[in-house]
Design a protein around this ligand. Structure first.
Ligand code: NDP
Length: 379
């Protein structure tokens, strides 16, 4: 029997109040089509906290089957697992492979899992090249943030053609369309910067000021080195002078349009994204980190003919399973080739002895700002 430990919750609330450790054992006899997994690395994403709080778009089902005193759910949507053993009838996975959940809601905050219908519910990582050159951290964080950034940059506006066509009209000046994003230091933001740079796109990136000017400058340089074209603080972005700067410094009087805005933050920052969009621009909202909503201003909507979209990876993945797989495979290969860096993480060691309090705190801390990286359970 394998001894396993999970984080579980039986009611919605703050992670530090409602999360508990549940210990149980797993039988060595696996059902048809199932595999036994061992966790290697599991990130804590903002949506995991929202799910535990009960404020996320989909509510988990509290199941009586986990062997907990009350029906419970295991939080966590992504993670890198190693296949420990394989039940009869499994075709795509072998002992020693690395796998990630194929869709959200898997419940990844646990040391071990039995995944039923493994050929359908898991992706084997790495294709013919296996896991050589990959780390559990990269694999654990590929399916949510980089995948979201990839789809948002590609599925709403054809920025690549827009960049090329603007450039070819005036080949003497490097130019072309821009995308602009707030929350640029988030996992999604950093992924968008890097993918954008790989695809030849120019980006204006908005970050929150750090506690000191030196830290702000250092973050700016870090994002520039990832491939950002311009990095500005929220106060530079919200300043009255920004409109003129956008026109004169960045867009050649509007010739290089800002066609896509990615909104991670909401509130005033989102309103400023709307203002910065060029005619026929599209704003895609995917997060609300400030917990503030923003108005859809009537004038710009009509006179600039703007488009407002919402992106939700979970639904997109259900509708496009084959594309999801391709997107992940492509990003994994970029990681392996050293062309794509995983976002920084703060490792939280999860061993048999780790106290419940430590694990709970790691989840609770996710929505604190100015962190050096998101929490990552390492096993
Ligand atoms: P990370 O944990 O990597 O980063 C969180 C970011 O939010 C940090 O950059 C932080 O800024 C910023 N932040 C926190 N509080 C505030 C605030 N009050 N105002 C402005 N910025 C703030 O996040 P992820 O990349 O994993 O996720 C970012 C957002 O995207 C979340 O809302 C998440 O739910 C959403 N998301 C949505 C998806 C979808 O399908 N719709 C898919 C993936 C993510 P700082 O760097 O300054 O600390």
């Amino acid at each position: 029997y394998t001894q396993a430990k999970s984080l579980v919750f039986s009611k919605f609330g703050e992670p530090s109040d409602v999360l508990h450790v549940h210990r149980h054992s797993i039988s060595p006899t696996l059902p048809d089509g199932a595999v036994l997994l061992r966790a290697l690395a599991v990130p804590v994403n903002p949506s995991d906290v929202n799910t535990i709080q009960g404020t996320y778009g989909v509510k988990p089902r509290f199941s009586p089957l986990l062997g907990t005193p009350e029906p419970a759910a295991i939080p966590g949507n992504e993670g890198c697992f190693e296949v420990v053993s394989v039940g009869p009838g499994v075709k795509t996975l072998r002992r020693g492979d690395w796998a990630i959940p194929a869709s959200t809601g898997f419940g990844t905050f646990r040391t071990h899992a039995v995944a039923e219908h493994a050929d359908r519910t898991l992706y084997r990582i790495g294709g013919d090249r296996g896991t050589a050159g990959l780390t559990p951290t990269q694999v654990a964080t590929v399916s949510v943030n980089p995948c979201s950034a990839y789809r948002m940059l590609r599925d709403y506006v054809d920025l690549i053609s827009a960049s090329v066509s603007a450039f070819s009209q005036d080949p003497t000046t490097p130019g072309g369309a821009w995308f602009l994003q707030n929350g640029a230091n988030s996992g999604v933001g950093r992924a968008a910067i890097q993918l954008g740079a790989l695809w030849g796109l120019r980006s204006i990136n908005i970050i929150r000021e750090r506690p000191t000017p030196e830290e702000t400058e250092s973050l700016k340089s870090e994002l520039l080195s990832l491939g950002a074209t311009v990095v500005l603080t929220e106060s530079e972005f919200l300043d009255r002078a920004f409109s003129a700067r956008l026109k004169e410094e960045f867009t050649r009087g509007g010739k290089d349009p800002v066609l896509l805005g990615l909104n991670c933050v909401g509130g005033k920052s989102a309103s400023a994204v709307v203002k910065a969009l060029s005619p026929r621009g599209t704003m895609v909202t995917y997060g609300g980190m400030s917990r503030q909503s923003f108005p859809f201003p009537t004038g710009p909507q009509i006179f600039k003919r703007l488009r407002f979209e919402g992106f939700w990876l979970s639904e997109w993945s259900k509708e496009n399973p084959a594309e999801k797989r391709k997107t992940i495979d492509e990003i994994v290969e970029l990681m392996r080739e050293g062309k794509f860096k995983a976002a920084p993480v703060q490792d939280v060691e999860w061993s048999w002895e780790t106290e419940e309090k430590t694990l709970r705190q790691a989840v609770q801390g996710t929505l604190d700002g100015f962190r050096s990286g998101k929490g990552l359970f390492v096993f």
